[in-house]
Design a protein around this ligand. Sequence first.
Ligand SMILES: Cc1ncc(COP(=O)(O)O)c(C=O)c1O
Length: 386
Amino acid sequence: MTQEHRTKSGFETRAIHAGYEPDAMTGSVIPPIYATSTYKQDGVGGLRGGYEYSRSGNPTRTALEGNIAALEEGERGFAFASGLAAEDTLVRGLLDPGDHVVLPGDAYGGTFRLFDRVEKRWGVEHSPAELSDVDAVAAAIRPGQTKIVWVETPTNPLLGIADIEALAGLAHDAGALLVVDNTFASPYLQRPLTLGADVVVHSTTKYAGGHSDVIGGAVVVRDLELAEKIGYHQNAMGAVAGPFDCWLVLRGLKTLAVRMDRHCDNAEQVVEFLGSHPAVTQIYYPGLPAHPGHEVAARQMSRFGGMVSFRVAGGEPQALAVCERAEVFTLGESLGGVESLIEHPGRMTHASVAGTALEVPGDLVRLSVGIETVEDLIKDLDRALG
Ligand SMILES: Cc1ncc(COP(=O)(O)O)c(C=O)c1O
């Protein structure tokens, strides 16, 4: 796909074509899985296409990196072995000991653990802030020391919404970068770089891969100096995605748009059902007009996504029972695959933040609404709620 097409064509066209030209020799329309660690050189230093060793570069990875960069409307993409590997490379690649990061008050538990138990030991400090409150973020910024404001929107698992444009302004005024974890929305629903963010990070394990069959991460940036630093650390730290994993994520991205539309359709109907159920005491979904972040979400997202959380009457025992009674919704961690998943954040994905400021309520249930027949999903929830 030419540079002109890459920037001018629609999202679905980019999803299917960006990052790869049919192979010159065979015409293969799908990038081969280049299962090779090294490349024959035509004389010392005579690299073909710049490939010398697969930690530094691999053509299947190049295809994925070009594709996800085009979807996020960025200049450069980088693929990693997991979302957390992407985050770690970003943090240690861009920050020095003594630097400070503002984190979401309800950050994904693994991201919080990475900062709290790992990066802190290397001198990177962090503090949480309620990201839906711009004044609270301003107060958490330490002038001269804060180098990153880290945003998740929507957040996991409480579906909080942060105003990307407002926070980008705030971060930039303080000389900090705005990093957005776009895992929950995916580039189909939200493109943070177009709203002023400097870096987008993904767990491609989720909607990007979309089929619960791969662990992966990605970083996308516009600024070429930032890209240079991230590319250097991707190679120097080595947490790269392997060629088969890249191929799976690339295949997933081709259908991202149609999958996301069905995830959103189904989630909207599930939310409507939950809203009328007497055992449900609260629903967290940014598509609800009563959600405090609804207006911001409507401005920066094209739709509201497939993640829904809710609280149940009867406290933690009842929330656990709902998770265990569901059948079409599979009890499991992760999200963003074609199949619906149900989980208890307090005991599962967010167990690592128990006892911290990020602890989640015990009566909370999280759904990753899949793309099955929606009537079956609703019947299943009805039975599970008793
Ligand atoms: C929002 C978010 N960011 C990052 C991650 C970490 O990604 P991975 O599990 O691919 O390392 C997750 C995983 O659940 C996530 O939900």
